[in-house]
Design a protein around this ligand. Sequence first.
Ligand SMILES: [Zn+2]
Length: 326
Amino acid sequence: MVFAYCKRNLYNSNRMISLAHFNSLPQIFRYFKSRLTCLKFIEEQVYPDGVVACPYCGGIHPYRRSDGRFKCRECGSSFSILQGTIFQDTKLPLYKWFGAIYLMSVHSKGISSVQAAIDLGVTQKTAWFMLHKIRTTFRQNTPILDGDVEIDETYVGGRESNKHEDKKVDGTQGRSTKTKTPVFGMLQREGEVSAMKVGNTKADTLMPIIKTCIVKGSIVYTDEAGIYSTLNANGYDRQVVNHNQKEFVVGKSHTNTIEGFWSLFKRTVFGTYHRVSKHYLQRYVDESVFRYNNRYRKGGERFAALMCNALNVVTFEDVRAVVCVA
Ligand SMILES: [Zn+2]
Protein backbone atom coordinates (compact mmCIF):
# COMPACT_ATOMS: atom_id res chain seq x y z
CA MET A 1 0.00 0.00 0.00
CA VAL A 2 1.48 3.33 -1.05
CA PHE A 3 0.08 6.57 0.25
CA ALA A 4 -1.05 8.93 -2.46
CA TYR A 5 0.62 11.77 -0.58
CA CYS A 6 3.75 9.93 0.30
CA LYS A 7 6.93 9.98 -1.71
CA ARG A 8 8.71 8.07 1.04
CA ASN A 9 6.63 5.16 2.15
CA LEU A 10 6.59 5.18 5.95
CA TYR A 11 3.90 2.53 5.99
CA ASN A 12 6.20 -0.19 4.74
CA SER A 13 9.29 0.91 6.59
CA ASN A 14 10.92 -2.24 7.95
CA ARG A 15 13.79 -0.51 9.67
CA MET A 16 11.79 1.08 12.44
CA ILE A 17 8.28 0.54 13.63
CA SER A 18 5.68 1.66 11.09
CA LEU A 19 3.78 4.74 12.21
CA ALA A 20 0.59 3.10 11.00
CA HIS A 21 0.73 0.84 14.08
CA PHE A 22 0.42 3.69 16.55
CA ASN A 23 -3.02 4.21 17.94
CA SER A 24 -2.61 6.35 21.03
CA LEU A 25 -0.69 9.35 22.27
CA PRO A 26 0.93 7.54 25.25
CA GLN A 27 2.20 4.86 22.84
CA ILE A 28 3.91 7.54 20.74
CA PHE A 29 5.36 9.28 23.79
CA ARG A 30 6.75 5.97 25.07
CA TYR A 31 8.32 4.87 21.80
CA PHE A 32 9.76 8.22 20.76
CA LYS A 33 10.72 9.45 24.22
CA SER A 34 14.41 9.82 23.37
CA ARG A 35 15.56 12.48 20.91
CA LEU A 36 17.91 9.92 19.40
CA THR A 37 15.03 7.61 18.44
CA CYS A 38 13.23 10.52 16.80
CA LEU A 39 16.35 11.60 14.91
CA LYS A 40 17.04 8.03 13.76
CA PHE A 41 13.47 7.72 12.55
CA ILE A 42 13.63 11.02 10.64
CA GLU A 43 17.03 10.16 9.16
CA GLU A 44 15.70 6.85 7.85
CA GLN A 45 12.79 8.60 6.18
CA VAL A 46 14.70 11.54 4.75
CA TYR A 47 17.61 9.37 3.56
CA PRO A 48 16.00 5.96 2.89
CA ASP A 49 19.05 4.69 0.99
CA GLY A 50 21.36 5.71 3.84
CA VAL A 51 23.14 8.31 1.72
CA VAL A 52 23.14 11.62 3.60
CA ALA A 53 23.42 14.55 1.18
CA CYS A 54 24.51 18.07 2.07
CA PRO A 55 21.57 20.45 1.50
CA TYR A 56 23.99 23.20 0.43
CA CYS A 57 26.19 21.55 -2.22
CA GLY A 58 24.77 18.04 -2.64
CA GLY A 59 28.00 16.45 -1.35
CA ILE A 60 27.37 12.88 -0.22
CA HIS A 61 30.36 12.34 2.10
CA PRO A 62 29.50 14.33 5.23
CA TYR A 63 30.63 13.01 8.58
CA ARG A 64 28.60 12.88 11.76
CA ARG A 65 29.76 15.17 14.55
CA SER A 66 29.52 14.22 18.20
CA ASP A 67 26.50 16.53 18.66
CA GLY A 68 24.55 14.58 16.01
CA ARG A 69 24.87 17.23 13.29
CA PHE A 70 26.66 16.54 10.00
CA LYS A 71 29.61 18.38 8.51
CA CYS A 72 30.08 18.38 4.74
CA ARG A 73 33.55 17.44 3.53
CA GLU A 74 32.99 19.22 0.22
CA CYS A 75 31.78 22.68 1.27
CA GLY A 76 32.46 22.64 5.00
CA SER A 77 28.84 23.47 5.97
CA SER A 78 27.34 21.88 9.02
CA PHE A 79 23.71 20.79 8.93
CA SER A 80 21.09 18.91 10.86
CA ILE A 81 18.82 16.25 9.39
CA LEU A 82 15.97 18.44 10.63
CA GLN A 83 16.95 21.15 8.18
CA GLY A 84 14.12 21.92 5.77
CA THR A 85 11.57 19.89 7.77
CA ILE A 86 8.95 21.54 9.96
CA PHE A 87 11.12 20.54 12.96
CA GLN A 88 14.04 22.76 11.92
CA ASP A 89 15.34 25.03 14.72
CA THR A 90 12.75 23.77 17.19
CA LYS A 91 13.55 23.93 20.88
CA LEU A 92 10.70 21.59 21.76
CA PRO A 93 11.24 17.87 22.30
CA LEU A 94 10.63 16.04 19.01
CA TYR A 95 8.26 13.54 20.62
CA LYS A 96 5.89 16.44 21.37
CA TRP A 97 5.92 17.34 17.68
CA PHE A 98 5.22 13.69 16.81
CA GLY A 99 2.36 13.77 19.30
CA ALA A 100 0.96 16.98 17.80
CA ILE A 101 1.04 15.47 14.30
CA TYR A 102 -0.75 12.40 15.66
CA LEU A 103 -3.48 14.54 17.28
CA MET A 104 -3.96 16.59 14.10
CA SER A 105 -4.30 13.46 12.00
CA VAL A 106 -6.67 11.40 14.11
CA HIS A 107 -9.26 13.94 15.23
CA SER A 108 -11.94 14.01 12.55
CA LYS A 109 -12.79 17.68 13.16
CA GLY A 110 -9.34 18.94 14.13
CA ILE A 111 -8.10 19.82 17.60
CA SER A 112 -8.07 23.22 19.28
CA SER A 113 -4.82 24.67 20.60
CA VAL A 114 -6.37 24.68 24.10
CA GLN A 115 -6.99 20.93 23.98
CA ALA A 116 -3.65 20.17 22.29
CA ALA A 117 -1.85 22.16 24.99
CA ILE A 118 -3.37 19.92 27.67
CA ASP A 119 -2.64 16.70 25.76
CA LEU A 120 0.94 17.64 24.90
CA GLY A 121 1.88 19.39 28.14
CA VAL A 122 2.81 22.71 26.51
CA THR A 123 1.39 26.23 26.76
CA GLN A 124 -1.59 27.17 24.60
CA LYS A 125 0.58 29.65 22.68
CA THR A 126 3.12 26.92 21.88
CA ALA A 127 0.36 24.51 20.87
CA TRP A 128 -1.14 27.17 18.58
CA PHE A 129 2.25 27.65 16.90
CA MET A 130 2.78 23.89 16.49
CA LEU A 131 -0.65 23.29 15.02
CA HIS A 132 -0.23 26.15 12.57
CA LYS A 133 3.14 24.86 11.48
CA ILE A 134 1.74 21.36 10.96
CA ARG A 135 -1.21 22.85 9.08
CA THR A 136 1.20 24.18 6.43
CA THR A 137 2.00 20.57 5.48
CA PHE A 138 -1.56 19.52 4.68
CA ARG A 139 -1.39 21.04 1.21
CA GLN A 140 -0.33 18.57 -1.41
CA ASN A 141 -0.77 18.16 -5.14
CA THR A 142 -4.23 18.91 -6.48
CA PRO A 143 -5.85 15.65 -7.63
CA ILE A 144 -7.20 15.34 -11.17
CA LEU A 145 -10.88 14.39 -11.01
CA ASP A 146 -12.82 12.23 -13.43
CA GLY A 147 -16.17 10.47 -13.88
CA ASP A 148 -18.99 11.84 -11.68
CA VAL A 149 -17.83 15.14 -10.19
CA GLU A 150 -19.86 17.48 -7.98
CA ILE A 151 -18.84 21.13 -7.85
CA ASP A 152 -20.05 23.85 -5.53
CA GLU A 153 -18.99 26.93 -3.63
CA THR A 154 -19.34 27.86 0.00
CA TYR A 155 -18.82 31.14 1.79
CA VAL A 156 -16.93 31.62 5.02
CA GLY A 157 -17.53 34.67 7.15
CA GLY A 158 -19.71 36.15 9.84
CA ARG A 159 -23.44 35.91 9.44
CA GLU A 160 -24.98 39.37 9.23
CA SER A 161 -27.90 38.27 11.39
CA ASN A 162 -25.49 37.58 14.28
CA LYS A 163 -23.89 41.03 14.15
CA HIS A 164 -24.67 44.15 16.12
CA GLU A 165 -26.95 46.59 14.25
CA ASP A 166 -24.19 49.16 13.53
CA LYS A 167 -21.78 46.47 12.26
CA LYS A 168 -24.15 45.03 9.67
CA VAL A 169 -23.28 45.44 6.00
CA ASP A 170 -26.04 45.72 3.38
CA GLY A 171 -26.26 43.42 0.37
CA THR A 172 -24.34 40.48 1.85
CA GLN A 173 -26.89 37.77 1.16
CA GLY A 174 -26.29 34.65 -0.95
CA ARG A 175 -23.24 34.78 -3.19
CA SER A 176 -22.11 38.27 -2.14
CA THR A 177 -18.42 38.40 -1.21
CA LYS A 178 -18.59 41.76 0.60
CA THR A 179 -18.00 40.23 4.01
CA LYS A 180 -17.48 36.57 3.16
CA THR A 181 -14.69 34.65 1.48
CA PRO A 182 -15.67 32.15 -1.19
CA VAL A 183 -14.21 28.66 -1.25
CA PHE A 184 -14.63 26.59 -4.40
CA GLY A 185 -14.78 22.79 -4.24
CA MET A 186 -14.77 19.87 -6.67
CA LEU A 187 -15.47 16.33 -5.49
CA GLN A 188 -15.28 13.06 -7.39
CA ARG A 189 -17.90 10.64 -6.09
CA GLU A 190 -16.20 7.72 -4.29
CA GLY A 191 -12.96 9.64 -4.80
CA GLU A 192 -11.11 12.72 -3.70
CA VAL A 193 -12.02 16.32 -3.07
CA SER A 194 -10.14 19.45 -4.01
CA ALA A 195 -11.01 22.86 -2.56
CA MET A 196 -9.50 26.32 -2.63
CA LYS A 197 -10.08 29.87 -1.49
CA VAL A 198 -10.97 32.03 -4.51
CA GLY A 199 -11.17 35.80 -5.01
CA ASN A 200 -14.70 35.60 -6.43
CA THR A 201 -17.07 33.06 -7.95
CA LYS A 202 -17.32 34.46 -11.43
CA ALA A 203 -17.13 32.07 -14.39
CA ASP A 204 -13.85 33.70 -15.50
CA THR A 205 -12.27 32.67 -12.19
CA LEU A 206 -13.78 29.20 -11.78
CA MET A 207 -13.71 27.85 -15.34
CA PRO A 208 -9.88 27.78 -15.66
CA ILE A 209 -9.74 25.88 -12.33
CA ILE A 210 -12.35 23.40 -13.54
CA LYS A 211 -10.52 22.88 -16.82
CA THR A 212 -7.25 22.21 -14.98
CA CYS A 213 -8.68 19.83 -12.38
CA ILE A 214 -11.52 17.93 -14.07
CA VAL A 215 -11.00 15.68 -17.06
CA LYS A 216 -13.06 16.75 -20.09
CA GLY A 217 -16.04 14.52 -20.76
CA SER A 218 -16.75 14.08 -17.03
CA ILE A 219 -20.30 14.42 -15.75
CA VAL A 220 -20.37 17.55 -13.62
CA TYR A 221 -23.18 18.04 -11.11
CA THR A 222 -23.93 21.64 -10.10
CA ASP A 223 -26.73 23.74 -8.71
CA GLU A 224 -28.58 26.15 -10.98
CA ALA A 225 -25.98 28.96 -10.72
CA GLY A 226 -25.41 30.79 -13.99
CA ILE A 227 -21.62 30.71 -13.49
CA TYR A 228 -21.65 27.06 -14.58
CA SER A 229 -23.69 27.63 -17.75
CA THR A 230 -20.68 27.27 -20.08
CA LEU A 231 -19.70 23.81 -18.78
CA ASN A 232 -21.27 21.97 -21.73
CA ALA A 233 -19.58 24.29 -24.22
CA ASN A 234 -16.28 23.49 -22.47
CA GLY A 235 -16.61 19.75 -23.03
CA TYR A 236 -18.39 18.62 -19.84
CA ASP A 237 -21.76 16.98 -19.36
CA ARG A 238 -23.46 19.30 -16.88
CA GLN A 239 -26.29 17.94 -14.75
CA VAL A 240 -28.22 20.58 -12.85
CA VAL A 241 -30.12 20.28 -9.61
CA ASN A 242 -32.46 23.19 -9.10
CA HIS A 243 -32.23 24.12 -5.42
CA ASN A 244 -34.39 27.22 -5.95
CA GLN A 245 -37.31 24.99 -6.86
CA LYS A 246 -36.72 22.80 -3.80
CA GLU A 247 -35.23 20.11 -6.02
CA PHE A 248 -32.40 18.31 -4.23
CA VAL A 249 -32.04 14.84 -5.69
CA VAL A 250 -33.20 13.80 -9.14
CA GLY A 251 -31.78 10.33 -9.87
CA LYS A 252 -28.00 10.68 -9.75
CA SER A 253 -28.32 14.41 -10.10
CA HIS A 254 -27.46 15.99 -6.75
CA THR A 255 -24.66 17.82 -4.97
CA ASN A 256 -25.18 16.13 -1.60
CA THR A 257 -21.68 14.64 -1.41
CA ILE A 258 -19.86 17.94 -1.70
CA GLU A 259 -22.39 19.55 0.63
CA GLY A 260 -21.46 16.84 3.14
CA PHE A 261 -17.83 17.88 2.75
CA TRP A 262 -18.72 21.57 3.31
CA SER A 263 -20.61 20.59 6.41
CA LEU A 264 -17.54 18.74 7.77
CA PHE A 265 -15.34 21.72 6.87
CA LYS A 266 -17.65 24.17 8.63
CA ARG A 267 -17.96 21.99 11.70
CA THR A 268 -14.14 22.03 11.88
CA VAL A 269 -13.86 25.78 11.34
CA PHE A 270 -16.71 26.89 13.58
CA GLY A 271 -17.04 23.92 15.92
CA THR A 272 -13.37 23.36 16.77
CA TYR A 273 -11.56 26.57 15.83
CA HIS A 274 -14.56 28.94 16.24
CA ARG A 275 -13.16 31.52 13.86
CA VAL A 276 -10.35 31.58 11.36
CA SER A 277 -8.72 34.55 9.69
CA LYS A 278 -9.15 35.11 5.97
CA HIS A 279 -5.37 35.06 5.69
CA TYR A 280 -5.05 31.49 6.99
CA LEU A 281 -8.32 30.18 5.53
CA GLN A 282 -6.62 28.06 2.85
CA ARG A 283 -4.71 26.13 5.52
CA TYR A 284 -7.96 25.13 7.21
CA VAL A 285 -9.43 24.19 3.83
CA ASP A 286 -6.34 22.00 3.19
CA GLU A 287 -6.75 20.40 6.60
CA SER A 288 -10.35 19.35 5.85
CA VAL A 289 -9.37 18.19 2.35
CA PHE A 290 -6.62 15.99 3.84
CA ARG A 291 -9.08 14.45 6.31
CA TYR A 292 -11.67 13.77 3.62
CA ASN A 293 -9.18 12.27 1.19
CA ASN A 294 -7.77 10.02 3.92
CA ARG A 295 -11.17 9.11 5.38
CA TYR A 296 -10.86 5.38 4.73
CA ARG A 297 -7.51 5.13 6.52
CA LYS A 298 -7.17 4.17 10.16
CA GLY A 299 -5.81 6.71 12.68
CA GLY A 300 -2.25 5.36 12.57
CA GLU A 301 -2.25 5.34 8.77
CA ARG A 302 -3.37 8.98 8.67
CA PHE A 303 -0.61 9.74 11.18
CA ALA A 304 1.92 8.11 8.84
CA ALA A 305 0.54 10.03 5.85
CA LEU A 306 0.78 13.37 7.66
CA MET A 307 4.30 12.60 8.89
CA CYS A 308 5.21 11.97 5.23
CA ASN A 309 3.99 15.47 4.46
CA ALA A 310 5.95 16.95 7.36
CA LEU A 311 9.16 15.29 6.16
CA ASN A 312 8.69 15.73 2.44
CA VAL A 313 11.35 18.31 2.03
CA VAL A 314 11.87 20.00 -1.29
CA THR A 315 15.48 20.84 -0.43
CA PHE A 316 16.44 17.26 0.23
CA GLU A 317 14.40 15.92 -2.69
CA ASP A 318 16.17 18.36 -4.99
CA VAL A 319 19.56 17.45 -3.59
CA ARG A 320 18.84 13.75 -4.02
CA ALA A 321 17.63 14.32 -7.59
CA VAL A 322 20.93 16.10 -8.32
CA VAL A 323 22.92 13.30 -6.70
CA CYS A 324 21.02 10.64 -8.68
CA VAL A 325 21.61 12.41 -12.00
CA ALA A 326 25.31 12.77 -11.21
ZN1 LIG B 1 28.18 20.69 1.23
